[in-house]
Each structure stands twice: as structure tokens, then as C-alpha cells.
Write a protein that binds this ligand. Sequence first.
Ligand SMILES: Nc1ncnc2c1ncn2[C@@H]1O[C@H](COP(=O)(O)OP(=O)(O)OP(=O)(O)O)[C@@H](O)[C@H]1O
Length: 673
Amino acid sequence: MTSKTNEAAAGTAADKAADASPQTSESKEAHEFQAEVARLLHLMVHSVYSNKDIFLRELISNAADACERLRQRALTEPELISGDETFRIRLETDKNARTLSVADNGTGMSREELIDNLGTIARSGTRAFLEGLGEAKDGQSLIGQFGVGFYSAFMVAGEVDVVSRAAGSNEAWTWRSDGQGSFTVERADLESAPARGTRVVLHLSDESVDYAQASTIERIVREYSAHVPVPIVLASETEREENEPDGEEKADKDTAAKIEEREIADGSALWTRSRSEITEEEYKEFYGHVSRQFDEPALTLHYRAEGRHEYSVLLFVPSMTPFDLFDPDRKGRVKLYVRRVFIADDVDLLPAYLRFTRGVIDSQDLPLNLSREMLQSNPVLDAIRKGVTNRVLSELQKLADNDAEKYTQIWETFGPVIKEGLYEDFERRDKLLALTRFKTTKSGDGWRTLAEYVADLKENQTQIFYAIGDNADAVKASPQLEGYRARDVEVLLLSDPVDAFWVQIALGFDGKPFRSVTQGAADLDAITLPDDEKQKEDEAGKGATADVATLVTYVKETLGDAVTDVRISSRLAESPVCLVAPEHGPDRQFEKLMSRRDGAPGGAGSKPVLEINPRHALVKSLASHLGDDAAKDFTKDAAWLLYDQARILDGEHPNDPAAFAGRLARVMKKGLG
Ligand SMILES: Nc1ncnc2c1ncn2[C@@H]1O[C@H](COP(=O)(O)OP(=O)(O)OP(=O)(O)O)[C@@H](O)[C@H]1O
């Protein structure tokens, strides 16, 4: 905060200094691009990105945003637009000069804004993404995954000039660059600068001269920008048409106007039209504008809410992961309009766990001059937020019920984010649990719902069992699952970071509580083993006598403080030992996750319980050697090795690696005779 204020103050001081000495500010100043911008530009200039047309969508969207921002500011400062209250975007092609320009009468940019906005990348997520791209060989393909913005102009232009005049200002500035690492800024002649707003002039490269053709531009606007909420006019040299009138009339025309201007998009708000009038293509095009993504929407939600509050909603669930989905600020991008006037795009209109949703919400009831404070806390907005959130969830549920395949795609893309709601949105937890899909010990390549899990409960099974770990395969291999597998009891395999959090506080589903397979007693005795497993267990159990109970006491004494308890296990089938968390307190995996997050070394904080499989051959044999004085050192080593083995199976290191190695060596030596 302080540094920002200082920067701003420094900027102002610098401006004053610059104004006082025309040599510095009037003459052309050269600036280097921020490193990430230079990287992005390099990708753009050498782009093999197949769809270069999208540069126009980016420039038009910027122009529309600038108009909408000014329209919004003018609500409280009407003088900013006096004399020219009609917003528009004007495209102009010039075949001879091989230029294309995109002009708007929106906010415009001051000299500092030109330098900041077109020389750096402000959004931390974009920066991080580009840093990540730094090493990636396939930068070209990745670039298509996020809003490439203004810099995409360099895909088609060898040089770009941006002439801008901020609304209400009496000076204009020209920004110019060839996209090769630096740009210049100089004062622009007011005569030729826009009266207000920005004109971006692209000097097209040889292979891109087609963009100086009006017909090409018109085609691209129809495809990508036809429903931008600001009208678009296209200006181009008039072509002499075959059926043009002859004689005097024609001569008049020739001298009167060489440039023809026509409206190619009317700027009407798509969301105000009724659903039945809008085609899929139109929705898709508008989605592209509003999301700046290149995929198709996986779900489109368009409706008008009436009743206590009136508002229109046009929202999209993308089919591709937005690159900034896991940005720490978890900001949504739904735009708020009030009676078709853009108000803000940074108001949280949906909970953070639905932040991947893109689109527009247009309120009929809110006042137009909403202050920042009113945006933060406002009962109408609260009601809208509630209504829209419920609607998004119910639409997702409808999709899940009617088109499982499509819903699964959404789940695979956004499931880990939606699950954040299980932790954060207590009120809607049941709805969210119904939407959640799980990998389980029975899901194979597919997914399971909790309803399916509960429908398949074993006799006497009263809980929903889960195991947490870094990935489903690793979890599946953990020894703690053996007893469940033997009884054919399904276990949820949870491997998203958020799983460890919500599962601790969720009360259950359909009256069945969640239960970790790595915590407390296994509660498996009531669930019958299938006959073949029973037979295996009986066989293995032969000889498992009171000796094992003595072994348990012995191991407990030997391990001392390293464990909370040692006990006989019902959750093991093939492995001799495993570690579990005590009945009360956090689950082991949760503790591990927390200690990793806090940067603490090692594993869990509280001491685990060591469980011993009384039917395992090694355990039985060890138990039978307990009274044997000659085997005393061996049994002690073995007790510790069992414990360390259990740690290793849990993905941890032996507590004392040197002691572990020593014991292992001794036991191996003995084994080899
Ligand atoms: N025509 C314009 N009028 C006013 N400001 C503009 C205009 N074009 C660009 N800008 C400013 O430059 C900034 C950078 O533009 P750019 O297109 O690179 O990114 P963006 O629009 O912020 O993000 P994205 O395209 O990823 O949504 C904009 O945020 C805006 O502040």
C-alpha cells in the first residue's frame, strides 16, 4: 500500500518535472518493455498461432471496455463526455497504406497509462503464466490458452502506433513500437489525435496485408465481435461498383466521399434479447468477447430473474481451464451491468468456488452511480449473488442428471475448484456434495457419486470411508485399504489439496458420516468377509494366538514414545503393519499436508498408532520368537524395522535413517546366515 502510494506520488512529481522541461517529455522517449512483455511479444512476433484473426477481437474488446468504463465514469462526471455522448468503435482499413486502425471514444490513456498499460503486465496471474512459459518449448500452443490482449497486434503488424487522449485531457500521446523489445512515447499533435479515446494503427506486415481489406475485417467482426455492447462502424475506401450510377451523379459521388462508413455491429446487449432469438453461434461469439478465451462454452446459462429483484443473467462455464484459475486472489470475472451500463468486473457476483464462470449480470434495480462501498456491501447484490449461485448449481445438477458425459467434462476441468465450496459454503454443502464426483476403489476409469456409493453400501456398513493422498494411485496402494478391499468395501480416494479440508468438517451424506481409513479403529469387524477371503483369513489366522498379544505389548515397550499405541489390526490383509492416526485429533494425511504447507520438515505432528496384522506370517513368526533369549536383539531390530516400514509405506522417511540402515544390515546378515 505504502509503496504504491509512494510510486503514485513519485509519478506525479515526475510528471511535473517532465512538464516543466519539454526536452524530456515533448521529445521522443524510449522505454524498454518489462521482461514478461518482451517474452510475450517475442512469441507474438514469431507466432505460428494459426488463428491470427483473434488479434482484432482483442483490440475491439479493449476498445469496448474503454467505452464502457467511460460510460460508467460519466455517470458521476458527465462533463467527460459532453459534446460526444455516443460511444462507438471505428475500424478503418487503408489498402494503399496497408494499415488497419481500431479507434474508440472511450477513456483514452494518459502518457503514464500508455507506458504502464502497454509496457508491463499488471495481473500477477498473467505474469506468473508467462514466467512459466519461459521454459516451455510449446509456448506457441500455450499462448492460445489465455487472453493475449493488446500485444497480439504484433502477430500481424510490423509496427503499431497507439495515439490516445484521455477523456477530459487536453493532451494526446503517441506510443509506438515494432515489438522488438522497446517502445517510444511522444506528444501527439492534437489536430490528428482522437478528440477522445484511443486509435490503434497497425502497419500490417507483408503476409498480413489481407487485414487491410474491408471484407476481411467485416467477416472477422461477424465471427468474433458482433455482440460487443458498443456499436462498431467500418470505414473503408469506396469501391467503384459495377452498378454504380453513371454521369453527373457519379462524378458527384467520386468527389464527395472516398471513405464509406457503415455500421457492422449495432452494440445492442445480447443478454437483453430473448433466448429463442439467439443462435449457438451468437452465444459462442459473445462468450469469446466476454471471456477472452478461445474455447467453446461447456454450459450456457441465460435467463431473466423477475420478482423482488429484476436482473438478466448470461453466464458461461468454459470448457477449458482458464490459465489463472488457481491464482491466489481467486477473483471472479463476471461483469456487472446496471440497465445495460457496465459497472464493474471485479465485484464478487459468485462465490470464489465458481470463479471459472464468465459472463454478464445486468441489474434493473441497482442505482447507476454505485460507489465502491456500495459494491462491497449491498442487499440487492447479495440477493442477486444468492439467486445466481443457486441457479448455477441447479443448472449443473440438471446437466449432471441429463447429460452425464458433458457434466463429467466440466467436473474434470473444474472439480477441484467446485470442491472448495464444500469447505466454504456450508449452506449449499449438500447440493455441492451431490455434484461432486469421486475416484474410488471401484470407479475404475470413471467417477462415482456419493449417491452411488451409498446405494452400494455393504451390510452393516454405516460410514463412507475415504483415504487421502497425493494421487489416487498412491492412495489406492496404501496398506490401510487392504481390509476394506478384502470386504469389498468401497473407499473414496481423495487427492485434491482441498479434500483434506472439507472432509474434516462435512457432516456426511445421506446420514452416513465420512470416516478416514487412516484414523482410529477400522470399524470393519461388523462387515462380513466374503467366503473366500474368510477362508484365507482363517488359514492365515491359524497359530495367531496369545503370542501376538504379547508381541503387541513388546513392540509398544520397544517403540516407547515413537507411537501413541500399538494394536491388532482389522484393516490389514496382506501387509504386516501400518500406521494410523489416533481416534481423536486430525487425520494423518491432513497433518502431513499441513506440515508441508507450513514448511515444517518431516511428517505428522501427533504420534501415530502402529497396527499389526495378527495373521501375517512375519508377525506370527516374530511372536513365536519372543521368549527366545538368543533372538532378543533380532526381535528388537525387527520391531523397529516394522515401524519404519510402516512409515515408508506412508511416504515418510525412517525416523533415524542411520539406525534404520544399521538394523536392516544386521537383520539381512542374520537372514543370510
Ligand atoms: N483502447 C484502449 N483504451 C483504453 N485503454 C486501453 C485500450 N487498450 C488497452 N488499454 C489498456 O491497456 C491494458 C492492457 O491491455 P491488454 O489487452 O494487454 O490486457 P487486458 O485487456 O487488461 O487483459 P486481457 O486482454 O487479458 O483481458 C488494458 O487493461 C487497458 O488498461
